[in-house]
Design a protein around this ligand. Structure first.
Ligand SMILES: Cc1ncc(COP(=O)(O)O)c(C=O)c1O
Length: 393
């Protein structure tokens, strides 16, 4: 406190330390298996790591790269969008490299929102969304995904009802963290129609685009009328298992890219020069790389989901991402996911994260807990065996 005022800006007052930092610190302190934070426990492809080493040695990107990102990466992003989805973007005017998807979300919201604008976002939501909406002076309007028959689904009527004359944009995330929901073609089509009808922008976070086990990932920008009003975000962290590199990007119309770049240039300006060259190579890996990644994570999803069900959890098997959401109520007597997660390391040496922190309507998320399965098979097997011992303690 100075001058009788709290130090922290009031827009950020409601945001403490992120749950990932708290739970990862708890994992380290107790020596637990960390299935909380979504980072793989093995690095991505050797050849991509070597590409980064080569770029460093060759002096590629060791000084400030160009503001929009190195041309090699922008071209690789544009080629990727065309090869995978048939979406054509101009690498010079319609691609912007960012410091991970996190900065892309922040820059997009800071650029596109005026104070008082409403942002419709799917709840539970990735925790940076709420903070970035707040930093931009916007108001978040959550639309809750409801658990039903073993999966979380978007209620399109609730989505439509959430839009008001003050709504500026919809902040979408598919495949969805933490529920693992992959929005279907019909759902996305309804979102697109709504956005066009109400003249809304959409910022869509598609960082798990390559981690889909059921159904398919369809970029929102591919729907009629959406290319001009959609900022699509992705990043290398999840797809190439280099979450520490923080190389992300947006694809959008030249006008949207220019707006987002105006905010981004004053956040980090640029980052990760040599890594950008390596990610350009990664995006050009053959389909077999992406297929193998998906197959590996599908097997791990099955291992962890089955193990959690056998341990007594209610399991929402994810169609995408590398997270599984569970219901702790069937364990008997457990109701409060936050208390459960804080106690779990002491009880059985495993760390998870409580879904409640991803909700405005905390009661809706209270009994749900998220486990990450982007870990080595032996780690998941050991975690399952510890979790099976839970009730006996
Ligand atoms: C939905 C979602 N968006 C963005 C991010 C952050 O991406 P990056 O590490 O590229 O900033 C994550 C990471 O967990 C995520 O789950």
């Amino acid at each position: 406190m100075t001058q009788g005022r709290p130090l922290l800006n009031r827009r950020l007052a409601e945001f403490g330390t992120t749950i990932f930092a708290e739970m990862t610190a708890l994992a380290v302190r107790t020596g637990s298996i960390n299935l909380g934070q979504g980072f793989p426990d093995t690095d991505g492809p050797d050849e991509i790591r070597e590409a980064a080493v080569r770029a460093l040695r060759a002096g590629h990107g060791n000084q400030y790269p160009p503001g929009p990102g190195v041309p090699e990466l922008r071209t690789a992003v544009a080629e990727h969008q065309q090869r995978r989805y048939g979406l054509v973007y101009d690498p010079d005017t319609e691609v912007l490299v960012t410091t991970g998807a996190t900065e892309a979300v922040a820059a997009a919201l800071l650029a596109l929102l005026e104070p008082g604008d409403e942002v419709v976002a799917l709840e539970p939501y990735y925790d940076s969304y709420a903070a970035c909406i707040a930093m931009a002076g916007g108001t978040r309007v959550p639309v809750t995904l409801h658990p039903h028959d073993g999966a979380y689904r978007l209620d399109l009527d609730e989505l439509r009802a959430a839009v008001t004359p003050r709504t500026r944009l919809i902040l979408l995330n598919t495949p969805h963290n933490p529920t693992g929901t992959v929005l279907t073609r019909d759902e996305l089509s309804a979102v697109a129609e709504l956005a066009c009808e109400r003249d809304l922008l959409v910022v869509t976070d598609e960082v798990y685009e390559h981690l889909v086990f059921e159904g398919e990932h369809i970029p929102l920008a591919s729907f009629p009328g959406m290319r001009e009003r959609t900022v699509t975000i992705s990043s290398a962290g999840k797809t190439f298992s280099f979450t520490g590199w923080k190389v992300g990007w947006i694809t959008a119309s030249p006008e949207l890219v220019t707006a987002v770049r105006s905010a981004k240039q004053f956040l980090t300006y640029v980052s990760g020069g040599p890594l950008q060259y390596a990610v350009a190579e990664a995006l050009r890996l053959p389909d077999s790389y992406f297929d193998a990644l998906r197959a590996d994570l599908r097997a791990k999803r099955d291992l962890l989901s089955t193990g959690l069900a056998e341990a007594g959890f209610g399991v929402y098997e994810p169609a995408g991402t590398y997270f599984v959401t569970t219901d702790i109520r069937p364990l008997g007597g457990e109701q409060d996911g936050l208390a459960f997660c804080r106690a779990l390391p002491e009880r059985c040496g495993v760390v998870a994260v409580p879904n409640a922190v991803f909700y405005d309507h905390r009661d809706q998320g209270a009994p749900f807990v998220r486990f990450a399965f982007c870990k080595r098979t032996e780690v998941l097997t050991e975690a399952v065996s510890r979790l099976k011992g839970l009730d006996m303690r």
